[in-house]
Write a protein that binds this ligand. Structure first.
Ligand code: NDP
Length: 444
């Protein structure tokens, strides 16, 4: 049995009931096999893989808060501090009823390689709660965030662990969390990213993940002598990543014809109207169904199935495992040529494999959505220097980071004789820096 297979079996045996974590480890280890095999003796002697798949620390805590009816509610809170070989832990907080240790471990594990790919000094972490901000009043969200931070503040800091937003955690939540941290620790420091512009946030952070997805898509297209102009694009989700992927793709001349939420999806053959989308999601915090009520010619369909819309490019930007094998089969049959993941692990393993074997160029989330965390790291730099860069400066740095990520991924795939296999390329390129840092730092 190979070292990678041994470690995968060990992860499954030692982490029962954590299917998302198993899935993420499997994808990474399968990709790394070629690298591990070449250096097996060294890596085994240093237990590199055993250490890589074990989080440095997992903090789990109770989050009590009082709702508007005066009832005490209790949620679970977590922070997974996965790997600090190349910098302080960095990764978002997710507030969603589905959050559990498996999901946060998968996200934290992915974050190690993603952060490494950015070229910036940030380690991997992730956290969150099974709290659902949907339908809660601002006061309830504030009460929850204050209680969550009361516990989390003991374990984070500008040079230790710097959380950001993720599903269910946007500007409002980051503001409440930052206010409570400052009050408890009496420190005005860049302990969170995604902050508002009046208190240390960076221009372009809100747009960064979605823009970054389209910047890397543009690089992929160039590498295939293709262009975004005139292409039909399907986007899933209608949150932070989705909205700004729609915006940048439209700016670069593509026609985006879909967005979705967990209830259903909208198809707009005339191209998604961004003003309406932003008004529904960013201002009114409404449901995507309302889009079809407001925009003539668009159609709302209840349930899953964005993949049934014919497109050239598919950008899944909602959540993990949203794109199953049956969806990719339909996409391939309808002539879709590119899948670029805006969300984290939105494509199942069998669907990814099918895409790669059936002429679809596939870029995994850990490379494609790294623009968000990269811009978070730029926010950390600005906070440390106590200055702010202009939107143009940040956007240019983001664009260059995405160009470099594509180059690294493409180069790693080619070096190991697997040209165009960006899954392998992203995992290898991300791993190389982390493993060298781990080896240099001894057994820790
Ligand atoms: P948001 O909370 O802003 O939006 C999430 C979107 O996905 C919403 O439209 C939501 O619909 C939909 N969604 C969530 N859960 C499900 C589900 N179970 N089934 C179907 N749809 C669902 O989150 P973000 O846009 O920030 O994040 C989207 C993805 O991108 C996540 O995988 C996240 O980890 C990843 N990501 C985000 C980054 C960022 O900077 N924000 C950075 C890198 C990755 P509904 O409103 O119905 O819940």
């Amino acid at each position: 049995m190979s070292y990678t297979e041994e470690i995968y079996d060990r992860v499954v045996a030692q982490n029962p009931g954590e299917p998302e974590f198993h899935q993420a480890v499997k994808e990474v280890l399968e990709s790394l096999k070629v690298v591990i095999d070449r250096n097996e003796e060294l890596y085994r002697s240093q237990a590199i893989l055993e250490r890589l798949v074990e989080p440095e620390r997992i903090i789990s805590f109770r989050v009590p808060w009082v709702d508007d009816q005066g009832t005490v509610q209790v949620n679970k809170g977590y922070r997974v501090q996965f790997n600090s070989a190349i910098g302080p832990y960095k990764g978002g907080l997710r507030f969603h009823p589905s959050v559990n240790q498996s999901i946060l471990k998968f996200l934290g594990f992915e974050q190690i390689f993603k952060n490494s790919l950015t070229g910036l000094p940030i380690g991997g972490g992730k956290g969150g709660s099974n709290f659902d901000p949907k339908g809660k009043s601002d006061r309830e969200v504030m009460a929850f965030c204050q209680s969550f931070m009361t516990e989390l503040s003991k374990y984070i800091g500008a040079d230790t662990d710097v959380p950001a937003g993720d599903i269910g955690v946007g500007g409002r939540e980051i503001g409440f969390l930052f206010g409570q941290y400052k009050r408890l620790r009496d420190l005005y420091e860049g302990v969170l990213t995604g902050k508002g512009l009046t208190y240390g946030g960076s221009l372009i952070r809100t747009q960064a993940t979605g823009y970054g997805v389209v910047y890397i898509l543009d690089e992929i297209l160039k590498a295939h002598n293709d262009t975004l102009a005139g292409k039909t694009v399907c986007v899933t989700g209608s949150g932070n990543v989705a909205i700004y992927a729609v915006e940048k793709a439209s700016q670069l001349g593509a026609k985006v014809v879909s967005v979705s939420d967990s209830n259903g999806y909208v198809c707009d053959p005339n191209g998604i109207n961004l003003d309406v989308l932003k008004d529904i999601k960013e201002v009114k915090r409404g449901r995507i169904k309302e889009y079809a009520e407001r925009v003539p010619g668009s159609v709302y369909t209840e349930g899953k199935g964005v993949w049934n819309i014919k497109c050239d490019i598919y950008l899944p930007c909602a959540t993990q495992n949203e794109l199953p094998l049956e969806g990719v089969k339909v996409l391939a049959a309808n002539g879709c040529r590119y899948i670029v993941e805006g969300a984290n692990m939105p494509t199942t393993l069998d669907a990814t494999q099918y895409a790669q074997e059936n002429g679809i160029c596939f870029m995994p989330g850990k490379a494609a959505n790294a623009g968000g965390v990269a811009t978070s790291a730029l926010e950390m730099s600005q906070n440390s220097m106590r200055l702010s860069w202009s939107a143009e400066e940040v956007d240019e740095k983001l664009h260059n980071i995405m160009i470099n990520i594509f180059a690294k991924v493409d180069d790693a795939a080619k070096r190991y004789g697997m040209e165009d296999n960006y899954v392998v390329g992203a995992n290898i390129a991300g791993f190389e820096k982390v493993v060298n840092a781990m080896l240099a730092q001894g057994i820790c």
